[in-house]
Design a protein around this ligand. Structure first.
Ligand code: BTN
Length: 265
């Protein structure tokens, strides 16, 4: 799969020698953490056809069967304080919308902060993990992305069949995973270059792609559920919510999860 993917990346993609293809792995994020500890450089990518322990945010598992999806993680070493990376998951979301548009021919949306969606279905998700060094600066960031490419509705287990989707379910056509993977590599390289100097431009595109803005939302923090209306995404990627008593709050994705009032999106 490695050669077929690299055949489609743009000619000036600079990290071909940092690309690791793994037929099967527990989790590409966890694999990359081990490489990072051994000193792997900025731009190292692990991509797998099959994860046996793929995971998402809040310890949830991310179903990663063979032959139908793409499970990819990229290691970034931006040498900055973590406060400069508050928008990283948003930037990765925009990169995935670009990659899917360029390879599958449609632009999905983003459910704040990290779900790639189309209509009422989740096509993929993003898991960002940071490690700091002893000076409190970023040692590395790992951005892990799972995309459902070729599944039909019956391929998903009954408990997520109504809310999960794939690129092929949207297009109604076969999806070339090599092209999608190559588009992901190109889009993530572009993101890495723009990440610090173009934070506001990336967030401005994120606001266009984010389907949560303008929606009635439920904010879940532990046992507490509050309802409000999502007004905006701020300059650091936090969701600005208006509550019925008239006050607004910028909520952080680490603190709360957001649900649409009437279903998953
Ligand atoms: C979510 O939906 O909460 C995020 C899912 C992220 C899944 C990807 S697949 C590649 C990488 N490896 C993992 O174990 N997780 C991420």
């Amino acid at each position: 799969m490695k050669e077929q993917i690299l055949r489609y990346v743009s000619r000036d993609y600079p990290w071909k020698d940092r690309f690791h293809f793994l037929p099967q792995v527990d989790s590409t994020n966890d694999y990359l953490k081990k490489l990072a500890a051994e000193g792997a450089p900025h731009g190292t990518v692990a991509l797998s056809d099959h994860q046996t322990g793929g995971h998402g945010r809040r310890g949830r598992s991310f179903l990663s069967p063979p032959g139908v999806g793409l499970y990819l993680s990229i290691l970034l070493r931006p040498e900055c304080p973590p406060t400069r990376l508050m928008h990283l998951t948003c930037a990765a979301g925009v990169a995935m919308c670009n990659a899917i548009e360029n390879s599958a021919g449609f632009r999905p949306g983003i459910k704040w902060t990290n779900d790639i969606v189309y209509g009422k279905r989740k096509l993929g998700g993003i898991l960002t993990e940071l490690r700091l060094n002893s000076q409190g600066l970023v040692d590395y960031a790992i951005v892990g992305i799972g995309i459902n490419c070729c599944q039909s509705a019956q391929d998903f287990p009954p408990e997520i069949r109504e809310v999960a989707g794939s690129l092929a379910m949207v297009t109604g056509q076969e999806v070339d995973r090599f092209r999608v993977a190559a588009a992901e590599l190109d889009a993530l390289y572009d993101m890495s270059v723009r990440l610090l100097p173009e934070q506001e431009a990336l967030l401005s595109q994120y606001r266009k792609d984010c389907i949560t803005i303008g929606q009635e939302v439920s904010l879940v923090r532990g046992d507490e559920i509050r309802h409000g209306r999502a007004l905006d995404v701020d300059g650091e990627g936090a969701l600005v919510v208006l509550f019925p008593d008239g006050h607004t709050e910028a909520v952080n994705s680490g603190e709360v999860s957001v649900r649409g009032m009437y279903g998953y999106v």
